[in-house]
Ligand binder design. Structure first.
Ligand code: ADP
Ligand code: MG
Length: 362
């Protein structure tokens, strides 16, 4: 995947800005607050339908303006694509290759971008929701059957939760939705389990470079209920009374988690801050490598503030892995990261200043 152009309007501090990216490494430098992270944020938003800076999407629109837009052109599998996103107040509109997009998911399916940023440690030490999102984003890209099951499951879960809270909780309806929930939930879980198994070798290959102290890694899916003992249908039935009391469905794939066990390092509480980040980056790059093998091309990779996130030895290892992959990479920093100092990696340089992005030679 090769992002060729990104255009922003009324996005964060940018009034109107444009960047023409190059294959391989792109480095964006600029002072604190110049807008470097915002550029990555815009691409991430187009590809994921959400910002990596928290849930709140407000604040993305430039102060004093009423709507933002972001426009991107990219090449994937020898085809050119273009997409645009407009956000005004509560509403979102997206277009992909000249057509209106009904669900942001369509846009996200077409554009694959993986971002490592200062909040990425949450993939290791944050809530299970972060890891579910990680798994589901990857699955969404490599497994066509995933999204329909996911939607089925989300709908059935919503219905069951609503019925649990209804006086008398009508059991015929509950049974029908539980059946739907169990069917889609089992399939969802099988897909997740297969995906975790497929990520394992990708991650094991990366770990000696990215976190050598770990020895090796074992990924396991915790499915969200006692799957070894019970079918999901039975778990739901047995848990119904409790769920009525709670007013929500207390088990199922919406409670799933990804467990990451390292052979030579303690659990996530025992990792240093730096090791936590290295492991998060390894997970993201493992996912990127797996996606590349499945789709025939690498997603675009973004490393926000690499120079202050990792020490120079680890930066260098990451950069070597990326250089060998041939992926397009966007890196930001107040200055060029130390890992790039050797000068043996070809980098297109951009500078962000006064709401403008100056490209190589400008
Ligand atoms: N909605 C907004 N309107 C105007 N300026 C904003 C908005 N949101 C953020 N900013 C400004 O953008 C800058 C933050 O940009 P950021 O991309 O984080 O910079 P960098 O990564 O280069 O440090 C800050 O100066 C902030 O005040
Ligand atoms: Mg920043």
């Amino acid at each position: 995947m090769l992002i060729q152009r990104l255009r922003l309007q009324a996005f964060r501090r940018f009034d109107a800005a444009e960047i023409a990216l190059r294959p391989g490494f792109n480095l964006l430098t600029g002072d604190n607050g110049s807008g470097k992270t915002s550029v990555l944020e815009a691409l991430h938003l187009l590809a994921h339908g959400r910002s990596f800076r928290g849930r709140v999407r407000d604040g993305l629109i430039r102060q004093g303006e009423s709507a933002l837009s972001a426009y991107v052109e990219w090449e994937a599998g020898a085809r050119m694509h273009r997409a645009g996103l407009r956000h005004a107040g509560g509403s979102w509109e997206a277009r992909l290759d000249g057509e209106d997009v009904r669900q942001l998911g369509q846009l996200c399916a077409a554009l694959a971008v993986i971002t490592f940023e200062p909040g990425s440690h949450a993939l290791v030490d944050g809530s299970s929701e972060v890891r579910r999102r990680f798994l589901d984003w990857g699955l969404f890209h490599v497994e066509q059957g995933f999204m329909p099951q996911w939607r089925r499951y989300a709908r059935a879960l919503k219905q069951r939760n609503a019925l649990l809270r209804q006086p008398g909780h009508p059991s015929a309806q509950l049974e029908a939705w539980e059946h739907e929930l169990a069917q889609s939930g089992e399939q969802l879980t099988q897909l997740r389990e297969d995906y975790v198994a497929a990520l394992q070798p990708a991650l094991s290959r990366l770990l000696p470079d990215l976190l050598p102290a770990a020895g090796d890694v074992v990924l396991t899916l915790h499915p969200g209920w006692r799957r070894q003992e019970l079918a999901l249908a039975d778990a739901l039935l047995l848990g119904r009374e409790r769920d009525v009391t709670l007013g929500y469905t207390s088990q199922g794939p919406h409670r799933a988690d990804l467990r990451v066990s390292l052979r030579d390092l303690p659990g996530r509480e025992g990792l240093s801050r730096g090791q936590t980040k290295q492991l998060a980056l390894a997970l993201l790059l493992g996912q990127a490598g797996h996606l590349a093998a499945a789709q025939g091309h690498w997603p675009a990779l973004q490393l926000d503030d690499l120079g202050s996130e990792l020490d120079r030895h680890h930066q260098r290892r990451v950069l070597d892995v990326l250089a060998a992959s041939g992926a397009q990479v966007l890196i930001t920093g107040t200055e060029a990261p130390a890992g790039l100092a050797a000068g043996d990696i070809d980098v297109a340089m951009f500078h962000v200043e006064h709401g403008r992005i100056r490209g190589p030679g400008e």
